[in-house]
Every structure is written in structure tokens, then in C-alpha cells.
Design a protein around this ligand. Structure first.
Ligand code: AMP
Length: 425
């Protein structure tokens, strides 16, 4: 039996993982700059949390959840997104009693049973931020600005937010009524999905990827005339803040987002050159979420970026993060009798903070040198029986080919000094 990773999942091997670590480093940095603190929640939750949090009539809840009964026959679901779990933790740990807004971020795998294709996986990683406890439109702008700065810090400097507002439970029904009215005579021209959406969630017709549907949907017009004063003023204030912060954006009435919990501001980021699955992040305000998950009425706004697609977008845009994977020193031990002393040198180097390694499969001296090149070692230290007898080691600069001898007693500190002095060249 040959096993392979389950369909829609992938292994990330050394060589690729460095790019992920680079992106993750940028995430921690940007969140530190914006004052968001990391939270880690379980990879699975009670199914009900997602049904109530995301909404029953959504693609995720209807079709895409990895749901299973545990041994006590409780229904559990692998998290398909991060906001509902963070909202659950916010309520469970009474974070609403702390100084508001509470600003949190997470990184981790999400699971959705979708048809795998380029940029769409069944297990994928998201980075997300959530800010609870403030209605301030400037907080919406802060989150869009954080997302924008994050993408730019990775080299996607042409990125532009697409923003929209979807109103609130007070004004949205008027717009939904309007959508139904405009589309009522055209139902037979919509795709099967949209025909179902017409009854259950007509706003989702506006972001259908089917060209015919989006053509028809463009006749619906913007939500603007239907917005209540509060939603209208909120959206104006978000736009003004973005203008003042010099965050580029376009207004796109087709952005409605797939989850029920959104209110007012919604936004998305789209990347060029990665095919149909081109959304690399999105978010919005969700003033009803905490309440619908059983907590006290608390407004919130958040954003989530898909890291798998983000890496595809970086590649498509020719962005190669400069990640250095060089080994500091490879200790070449050509004779059996010098191996233990070589291991001690390797160990001393590591304790001095220099990455070091040696041979463990009985290579000849020339093959050890070759292996050192393969590991991109900055230098090698040659320690054979002859060197051992003379109490020295030969150090070779692998970039310049120069070689010199150092007393064994000082070898670790001298090599460490050398590697430090040339790193960053
Ligand atoms: P959503 O939670 O659906 O708003 O998704 C947020 C981001 O996660 C999207 O913009 C994508 O970048 C990413 N994403 C969502 N679903 C998938 C998937 N199946 N595979 C890879 N990335 C995904």
C-alpha cells in the first residue's frame, strides 16, 4: 500500500517552507505594529458554532464542512474559518469585560470540503485579524490598512482593496426586496445556484462568478439609495479614512461576501495572474456575530487572508523572498579517529549560535566537501587525525576558497567570529 496526502491537501517541504516562514514573520510583525495579539483556538469546534456563526444558508455550512461525530456522539466540525472560533473564545473568556477594542490575530489551517483546483484546497492556511468592541468606522479603515500594508510588505505593491457596504438588518431587507423585484422576470436566465439564492439569499447573486448571472446582476444597481442613515454615514467615514490614510481602494457593488455575519463594510483583495481563484483575502464588519454566538451585543470587524493563494500570487508576480538558508559551518571529519572531536566542535559552534553540521553516513573526505557545498555551508572546518595530532583545524571559506589554520582550542570562537563577520555580505 502506497499512501499519499489526502485529496486537496499538500505537504510543504523544506525548500518551500522558508517562503511560508517568511510570510508568517511578516504577519507577526504587521500585527505587532498595529497592536493585535495572537490567539490560538482549537482546530475543531462544536458544529453548532459554525451553523449559528456563519449562517445556515451559506455554501460553507450547506456543503463544505468536515463534520463528524466524536466517540460520545457529539457533532464536531473541523474549523472552516477562524472568526466564529475567535468569537467563541471572546465570549467564553469574557474578553468583553476587558478594555475595548480587543484586537486579536490568528494563523492556522482551515478545512473546507471543496472541489480542489489551483488555489483551492481542502486544507489551507489563513491569517486573520479580529477587532471586537468598537463601532468606529476608523477601525474598519485600520483593518483594511493593515491588510494593505501586509500585502505591500510582501512585495504586492499594486494591491487595491475592493470595498462595499451591505447595510444592516434594518436596511438590507429593502435592498434584497429590490434585487428580487429587478430579477423576478429573469429567473430562468440565472444559473441553478442563483435560482436557489433568489429565495434564500438574493444578495449572493451579485457575486456569482457565472458571466451571464453577473451581467444580469449588474442591472440591480448599488445599495446606496436603500441604506439607512447610520450605514450610509458609516461607509462615507470608512472611505474618508482610507483616503486620508492613502490606502488605495475601489468601490465594487459585487462584493457581498459569503457569510451571514457581515454588516456594513465588506471588502476583498484580489491578485493578478493566479487563475479563477484569485481572492487572496477579505473581511468586513460583523456587528451581530458575538450576539448570535451567545455573547453580549458587541460589534466587530475583521479580515482573513488565504496564505496558499498569497504565495501563488507572489510567485506569479515574480516575488522571491530573499531567504537565507546557509549553513554556517560544516565540520569535515575524514578519519574515524577525529569524529568525536568534530562532533564536539559542531556542538560548540551551535552553542555559540552558529548553525553547524557534520557527516553521519560515512562519506569520504571529498564527498563530505561536496555535501558541504550542497548545504551551502559558508565555511568548512577540516579536522582529521593529522590536525588533531597538531591541535589545529583548517578553516576554508567556501565562497572565496581561502584556507587557514586555527588552534583547536580557539576553533569554535574563531569560526563563529568569521561566520558572523561575513553573514549579511
Ligand atoms: P473566506 O473565509 O471565504 O472569506 O476566505 C478568506 C480567504 O481564504 C480567501 O480570500 C482565500 O484567499 C482563502 N481561501 C478560502 N477558501 C480557500 C480554499 N479552499 N483554498 C485555499 N484558499 C482559500
Amino acid at each position: 500500500m502506497r499512501y499519499s496526502a489526502p485529496r486537496g491537501t499538500r505537504d510543504i517541504l523544506p525548500g518551500e517552507i522558508e517562503k511560508w516562514q517568511h510570510v508568517e514573520g511578516r504577519i507577526h510583525r504587521i500585527c505587532e505594529l498595529y497592536g493585535y495579539k495572537e490567539i490560538r483556538t482549537p482546530m475543531f469546534e462544536q458544529t453548532e458554532l459554525f451553523v449559528r456563526g456563519i449562517g445556515e444558508v451559506t455554501d460553507i455550512v450547506e456543503k463544505e464542512m468536515y463534520t463528524f461525530a466524536d466517540k460520545a456522539n457529539r457533532s464536531m466540525t473541523l474549523r472552516p474559518e477562524g472568526t466564529a472560533p475567535v468569537a467563541r473564545a471572546f465570549i467564553e473568556h469574557k474578553l468583553y469585560a476587558e478594555a475595548q477594542p480587543v484586537k486579536l490575530y490568528y494563523i492556522g489551517p482551515m478545512f473546507r470540503y471543496e472541489r480542489p483546483q489551483a488555489g483551492r484546497y481542502r486544507q489551507f492556511s489563513q491569517f486573520g485579524v479580529e477587532a471586537f468592541g468598537s463601532m468606529d468606522p476608523m477601525l474598519d479603515a485600520e483593518i483594511i490598512s493593515l491588510a494593505h500594508d501586509f500585502y505591500v510588505s510582501l512585495g504586492l505593491d499594486q494591491i487595491k482593496a475592493r470595498i462595499n457596504t451591505i447595510g444592516c438588518p434594518e436596511c438590507r431587507p429593502r435592498y434584497q426586496g429590490h434585487i428580487k423585484q429587478v430579477l423576478s422576470g429573469r429567473l430562468d436566465q440565472l444559473c441553478r445556484n442563483c435560482q436557489q439564492r433568489y429565495e434564500r439569499n438574493p444578495m449572493r447573486i451579485l457575486d456569482c462568478k457565472n458571466e451571464r448571472c453577473s451581467g444580469i446582476a449588474s442591472e440591480v444597481g448599488s445599495i446606496d439609495p436603500f441604506l439607512c442613515d447610520e450605514c450610509s454615514e458609516h461607509f462615507e467615514a470608512v472611505k474618508t479614512s482610507l483616503d486620508e490614510l492613502s490606502i488605495p481602494y475601489v468601490i465594487d457593488p459585487a462584493i457581498v461576501r459569503g457569510f451571514d455575519y457581515y454588516t456594513k463594510t465588506v471588502f476583498e483583495f484580489v491578485a493578478e495572474g493566479i487563475g479563477a481563484q484569485d481572492a487572496i483575502g477579505g473581511g468586513g464588519r460583523y456587528d451581530g456575530l458575538i450576539e448570535s454566538c451567545g455573547g453580549p451585543a458587541t460589534p466587530g470587524v475583521g479580515f482573513a487572508a488565504g496564505l496558499d493563494r498569497l504565495l501563488l500570487a507572489m510567485e506569479a508576480n515574480g516575488i522571491e523572498p530573499a531567504v537565507s538558508n546557509r549553513l554556517g559551518c560544516f565540520v569535515v571529519a575524514p578519519d574515524k579517529g577525529s569524529r568525536i572531536r568534530s562532533a564536539c566542535l559542531v556542538s560548540s559552534l551551535r552553542r555559540l549560535g552558529v548553525s553547524a553540521d557534520m557527516d553521519y553516513v560515512g562519506r569520504s573526505m571529498s564527498r563530505q566537501l561536496k555535501h558541504a557545498s550542497r548545504l551551502d555551508a559558508r565555511c568548512v572546518a577540516i579536522l582529521g587525525e593529522d590536525e588533531l595530532a597538531r591541535g589545529v583545524t583548517q578553516v576554508r571559506d567556501m565562497d572565496r576558497g581561502e584556507q587557514w589554520e586555527v588552534p583547536l582550542s580557539e576553533a569554535a570562537s574563531r569560526i563563529a567570529d568569521f561566520v558572523r563577520s561575513v553573514s549579511g555580505e
